[in-house]
Design a protein around this ligand. Structure first.
Ligand code: SF4
Length: 259
């Protein structure tokens, strides 16, 4: 079986909560988000085709210094069969397995969710603003994107996988308190609270880093302050909220941040 692989990072300490992980970046994505940092991997190129056996060899070599494998991209759920193969290999090798997703393919998520220990899902904007969502994913049909994302969230909340939700906060685009009130309300309605109470779900607000953005326009935006992230995080009014910002590091619990 072949996969489209942009690259592999042998070890990362910021891609899998609490575990050093190998990160496999697949090529290809259904979205064109202006804030994307991984825009070089959005198009699939013929020279990225790799035999999965070579990926397994690489995982085998990394086994002594990682505890998990995370598939990122690009959009990993474009390739459910590949992800299932990697998940099964990780299980045999006693490694945790997770993947990133933009949530656009709920049917593929259903196939994958019970084989993953972790599903990291992007929430780009509030659920009640299809125009803003369209803008932040670079597609016309924001309503469909939101509908599919909600179906994905419902599936992951109903599974045994850890639901690692994230929003990248971009000043002047998605940094209104009312947006996070809406996100919190919708997550509560979809079943987030009971999963969070079991420590199987969390929501992270992360700092936008303009330097690597896909859109030249967004490169001019200043990154959000820690104060802003904390204010917005509180607006969501849900438990298990974390902040990712250069001043506090990777996934700092909201309640531990002193401004
Ligand atoms: S941010 Fe994620 S979903 Fe958006 S274009 Fe980049 S890889 Fe695709």
């Amino acid at each position: 079986m072949k996969a489209y692989i942009y690259g592999i990072l042998d070890i990362s300490t910021i891609d899998y909560p609490q575990k050093p992980a190998m990160v496999i970046f697949v090529a290809g994505c259904s979205f064109r988000c202006p804030m994307c940092h991984n825009w070089r991997m959005l198009e699939v190129k013929p020279d990225q085709e790799v035999e999965l056996s070579r990926v397994f060899e690489r995982i085998e070599k990394a086994r002594s210094f990682v505890e998990a494998v995370k598939v990122s991209g690009g959009e990993p759920t474009l390739y459910p069969d590949i992800l299932l193969e990697i998940a099964n290999f990780c299980k045999r090798k006693n490694l945790s397995f997770g993947f990133d997703t933009n949530g656009f393919f709920p049917e593929n998520i259903k196939k994958l969710v019970n084989s993953a220990d972790l599903v990291s899902i992007d929430i780009k904007a509030p659920f009640n603003d299809a125009a803003l969502y369209s803008r932040l994913v670079g597609l016309d049909d924001g309503e469909k994107v939101i509908e599919n994302l909600m179906a994905t969230l419902e599936t992951v909340f109903g599974s045994s996988s850890y639901a690692d939700l994230r929003t990248t906060v971009i000043p002047s685009l998605n940094d209104e308190e009312e947006y996070f009130e809406n996100i919190g309300e919708v997550l509560r309605g979809l079943g987030y609270i009971s999963k969070a109470e079991k420590k199987k779900a969390s929501y992270t607000l992360q700092e936008f880093e303009p330097a690597n953005a896909f859109s030249h326009e967004l490169k001019k935006i200043r990154p959000p302050s820690l104060d802003l992230l904390v204010k917005l995080a509180k607006s969501a009014r849900i438990p298990q909220v974390y902040i990712r910002h250069r001043k506090v590091g990777f996934m700092k619990p909201l309640e531990e941040i002193r401004l």
